[in-house]
Design a protein around this ligand. Structure first.
Ligand SMILES: NC(=O)C1=CN([C@@H]2O[C@H](COP(=O)(O)OP(=O)(O)OC[C@H]3O[C@@H](n4cnc5c(N)ncnc54)[C@H](OP(=O)(O)O)[C@@H]3O)[C@@H](O)[C@H]2O)C=CC1
Ligand SMILES: CC(C)(CO)C(=O)C(=O)O
Length: 290
């Protein structure tokens, strides 16, 4: 099957390399220079010190031919992508962004079949055509705002790179948002790997304070279960540099607005104050500026 991946970042490169094993892949990059690099030298996936190269097609075109497109750009790139997707013929679109800042605008994207995805793979971009795999996870996909499964997306699934269908996009995305709102700003501010948030007793306390503020805003399931999930993810991704810390280290804009900003807006709608999250948001924005 022909599959297009929009965005040649950490997640885009990882997905392109894995899916290219069984499908005809095209990675749509932001720049022609990156597309040429990928066409000439392939994508290098570094895992446990070993490097594997794969050769999907790459293009910097803004017209996407494939019926299935996986969108792996950051939240703040999406308005540009939406402008190019709107006039396209009906397609199946799978959006893999963390956070929920994009949810309102997805409703304005008419004519396409839309799925949201929650990704638990860990990936770190090491160069224009190099990605380090920090633990393979799962992609949970859900129809948005409602619908059924997708044979096309299901056919991507393999034992070592699974795609799992679950209805109920809100619970899936809000569950991931809770995790990201707790882990990403703190790791960004403290400049620590995810595992340190539970290994150091002081950081662990800070993590719990953020959780106690975010949980009542999102109103998600059982509190003890959700707290355990946050701790488990810190443990499972203990060597990961969170995507927010990666962005800060590379001098890039972070997804703080799509993650903490979304929670703060929701808190304000519900008349809940969230001073710790507000503090963290300003700290991250200050770090972005500097
Ligand atoms: N990395 C991870 O482990 C995880 C990431 N995610 C989510 O996945 C999404 C992507 O993350 P990640 O891959 O780390 O981010 P990156 O910043 O590494 O990648 C985003 C890519 O999109 C490219 N891009 C920007 N605009 C366009 C455009 N118009 N057309 C084509 N490409 C474009 C960027 O190019 P350029 O660099 O030239 O701007 C960049 O290569 C995020 O929303 C993140 O929250 C979710 C789970 C884990
Ligand atoms: C789950 C976590 C925190 C893993 O690093 C992540 O999604 C991210 O870094 O954005």
């Amino acid at each position: 099957m022909k599959v297009g991946i929009i965005g040649g970042g950490a997640i885009g490169l990882l997905f392109a390399a894995y899916l290219n094993r069984n499908h005809q892949l095209t990675v749509y990059t932001n720049t022609e220079a990156q597309a040429a690099d990928i066409r000439n030298q392939g994508i290098a996936v570094i895992k446990d010190g070993e490097t594997e190269i794969s050769y999907p097609h790459a293009s910097s075109a803004r017209h996407y031919e494939e019926k299935l497109l996986i969108v792996t750009v950051k939240q703040f790139h999406l308005p540009f992508i939406f402008n190019h997707l709107s006039p396209e013929e009906p397609k199946t679109l799978l959006f893999l962004q963390n956070g929920m800042g994009h949810i309102k605008s997805l409703s304005n994207l008419k004519g396409h079949t839309i799925y949201t995805g929650s990704v638990s793979h860990g990936a770190e971009k090491k160069g224009e055509r190099e990605v380090q795999e920090n633990g393979i996870g799962t992609t949970i996909f859900s129809p948005f705002p409602e619908g059924t499964g997708s044979e096309m997306i299901e056919s991507l699934s393999t034992a070592d790179f699974p795609f799992v269908y679950r209805s109920g996009w809100y619970e899936i995305l809000a569950g991931k948002l809770l995790v990201n709102a707790c882990i990403n700003p703190l790791t960004g501010l403290l400049n620590v790997r995810n595992g340190q948030l539970i290994e150091d007793p002081h950081y662990h306390l800070l993590l719990k304070q953020v959780f106690d503020e975010v949980f009542p805003v999102l109103e998600l399931g059982d509190e003890a279960d959700q707290w355990k999930t946050v701790e488990d993810i810190c443990r499972a991704t203990s060597n990961n540099v969170s995507s927010m810390l990666q962005d800060l280290r590379m001098g890039r804009k972070t997804e703080i607005d799509a993650i903490a900003g979304y929670v703060l807006d929701l808190a304000s709608d519900k008349n809940i104050t969230a001073p710790i999250l507000s503090f963290l948001t300003n700290a991250i924005k200050g770090l972005e500026n500097n």
